[in-house]
Each structure stands twice: as C-alpha cells, then as structure tokens.
Design a protein around this ligand. Structure first.
Ligand code: SF4
Length: 365
C-alpha cells in the first residue's frame, strides 16, 4: 500500500485500491460503489477523451467489468441533500431563535477546518450529512444483495473524503458506512491494472433501485452547484424561466467568492458561495467583524469546487473550467432538473427513511 499526504486535510492517507481488489475477488462479499459527480468529468483525459467529457456511462461499464455488484451515482445522495438542506434552511429561518447564518456541510475539509479553527461556527453548519454519507446510509439499508458480507466503496475527487469516511459519526453497528474511499486517480490506476480499454467501452447505466438522479445532484461537483440546486428547490417559480433566473443570479462561475441576493417567499436571502479555504477564512473574518452579512454560505475547500479536488488528475485552469462546463452540460441533458422531482425520493421517504430521516441523513459535529 502506498501513502500520500492530503493537501487540504494535512493528514497522511492511504491508497485502499488493494483492499478493494481483495473485496472484489471474494465471492462471499457483495461490493457496492458510488461515484461522485466531479469524477465523471476529470477521468477521461487520462484515457484520451476530451477534457470535461462526461464519462459516467463508461465509468459504470468499467466498474461492472471490475466485478462491482451495484453501481450508484453520488448525485442521488446529492438529491437527498438538497431536500434536507433546503428544509433545514427554511426551518432555521422561520424559528424564533433559529441559528443563522447556515453554512453548507458537504465538504469534509471545510468541516474539519471549522472544528480546528472556528468551533464557535459548528452550530451554524448544516446538520445534513454529505451526499456520499447520505447515499451510503441508504445503501446500507438495501436488502437486495446476494451476500451477507458487504463492502461499500466511494469513488471521490479528494483525499479528505477518506478522512470523512473514517469518522465515528458515520458508522453502523461498529462498521463504517463507507468502507473504502478511492480517489479518481486511484480508480484510473485500477482501470489500467484491469486492462480495460476505457475509451472503447460502451456507456452503461447505473443500477436500480437507487440509480435515479437529477441534474441538480450532478452540479454539486462545481462551486455554486449546491446553492443552485437548493435554490431550484426553494424558488417559487417552477417553470424553465425560473431555472434560468437562478442561473443568472451570479451562482455560476469559478470565482473564489460570489455573492447573490434571492427572494425566498417573503424573505430576501443573502447568499455567499466560496471556494478555496483561504477565501473561506477571509469571509468568516469579515462576517465576524460585522463587515459582511449572509444567510446562506456554500463553502468548498478546493478552488472551483470538487472538479479541482486533490484526488483528481492535475488540471490546468482551462481544464478545470472544461470540467465545470461538462457538469452543466450533463445537467442540461438530464430529463429531471430538480431534486424534488426525482421519483426515487418519494419512494425513499415513504420507505427506508420513514421515521428515520434524522438517524440516516443528519449528523452533528
Ligand atoms: Fe473534497 Fe475539495 Fe470537494 Fe471539499 S471541495 S469535498 S475537499 S474535492
């Protein structure tokens, strides 16, 4: 096993590819996998495909050939995050003493930074688990797999997700909900080791029953995507014009700090979207001094968001921009663009999640 140093979490992380191969080779183990949104637009170049090309179909085909039993998209977890996070924001806004402002919680490097440098901000961080953890909690409840022994793998754009997977908050009956996190680079290595000719694979679909997702979930991989997805849920105007109105509200673009004001019901919401921990630290300083005020703040530790994560292949700024464009194109091609319209959500809330939303989808740091 090789070790590497995580640039965002400053922790030593190990490559778990060997452990994943072992699980895949064990006929008595069922191995499920989820793939984060940002991975699909960063993997292709390594195999001769254009920068930013959405390769999720080829990734599914490769994972199936590698013997994974069920292949899912973390965007499905992101749809759950959108529903829970928008609900939480509305609750905090309407409660008499609701803890405001609210910061997003999907980026473990940001959560870790707050724990170390601004513990007073922890009550302001959304209690929503990250999309990876939400989907993992649901996958753990699935009963349709052949073996009792189960391993869940997440393919993620960063090493900070390995740290998140190891946190005691995300375990069930003593074992982690996500057994192994492998980065995009580690997946590339595994595909090469298995001799699969990635560029020649015919794209394949995710598995049912959890393989349904929306464009809102896919744009989580780029800075501003979480906010845009949440606004799609909260914005009263549900037509295509409403979707465009959000797009033009300054939520898109790779700038390190973006600010927007959006009307939600009777309230005018002040929003900040920050990527890069340095920008986050500066914004927190301005908020603490009273110089700036926001109601909702999206923070991603990597500049540009997960498309530029430390576990992705290196990308120049134009390549990172192409990855962002790739995610927006994937959203454009999605038949369903709002998380609340994902038919799977109704099924989950009426089934596995009934009476267990807090237990399976939330956490307190
Ligand atoms: Fe990981 Fe970076 Fe995305 Fe945070 S922004 S979840 S550190 S890839």
């Amino acid at each position: 096993q090789c070790a590497a140093v995580c640039p965002t979490g400053a922790i030593v992380v190990k490559n778990d590819a060997d452990e994943v191969w072992k699980a895949l080779d064990d006929r008595n183990t069922s191995v499920t996998v989820q793939v984060a949104p940002a991975v699909r637009v960063a993997i292709g170049k390594e195999f001769g495909l254009p920068d930013g090309e959405n390769a999720i179909g080829r990734i599914a085909a490769a994972l199936r050939r590698m013997n994974f039993d069920r292949i899912y998209d973390t965007s499905t977890g992101a749809d759950l995050t959108v529903l829970e996070e928008s609900e939480e924001l509305l609750e905090r806004l309407s409660a008499e003493n609701g803890t405001m402002p609210m910061f997003t919680s999907c980026c473990p490097a940001w959560v870790n930074y707050c724990e170390k440098s601004h513990p007073d901000l922890l009550p302001h961080i959304s209690t929503c688990r990250s999309p990876m953890q939400m989907l993992a909690s649901v996958i753990k409840e699935q009963k349709d797999l052949p073996n009792k022994k189960r391993v869940h793998v997440a393919v993620m754009p960063c090493t900070a997700k390995k740290f998140e997977a190891s946190r005691s908050e995300f375990t069930k009956d003593g074992s982690p909900n996500v057994d192994y996190v492998i980065t995009t680079q580690e997946l590339i290595q595994m595909i090469k080791e298995s001799g699969i000719v990635f560029s020649e694979l015919e794209p394949e679909a995710m598995d049912l029953p959890l393989g349904i997702n929306t464009g809102a979930g896919v744009i989580f991989g780029v800075t501003g995507g979480v906010t845009e997805a949440v606004l799609r849920r909260l914005y009263a105007e549900k037509s295509m014009a409403g979707l465009f109105a959000i797009t033009y509200k300054d939520v898109r673009g790779l700038e390190g700090v973006k600010k927007a004001t959006i009307q939600v019901g009777e309230k005018e919401l002040k929003i900040a979207i920050v990527s890069g921990l340095k920008n986050a630290s500066e914004l927190v300083k301005q908020m603490k001094s009273g110089e700036e005020h926001f109601d909702f703040i999206e923070v991603m530790a990597c500049p540009g968001g997960c498309i530029n994560g430390a576990g992705q292949p290196y990308g120049s700024s134009s390549e990172v921009a192409a990855r962002g464009k790739g995610l927006y194109s994937a959203d454009k091609l999605s038949a369903i663009k709002r998380s609340e319209e994902n038919p799977l959500m109704n099924e989950l809330y009426g089934g596995i999640l009934k009476g267990r939303v807090h237990e399976l989808l939330h956490v307190e740091y």
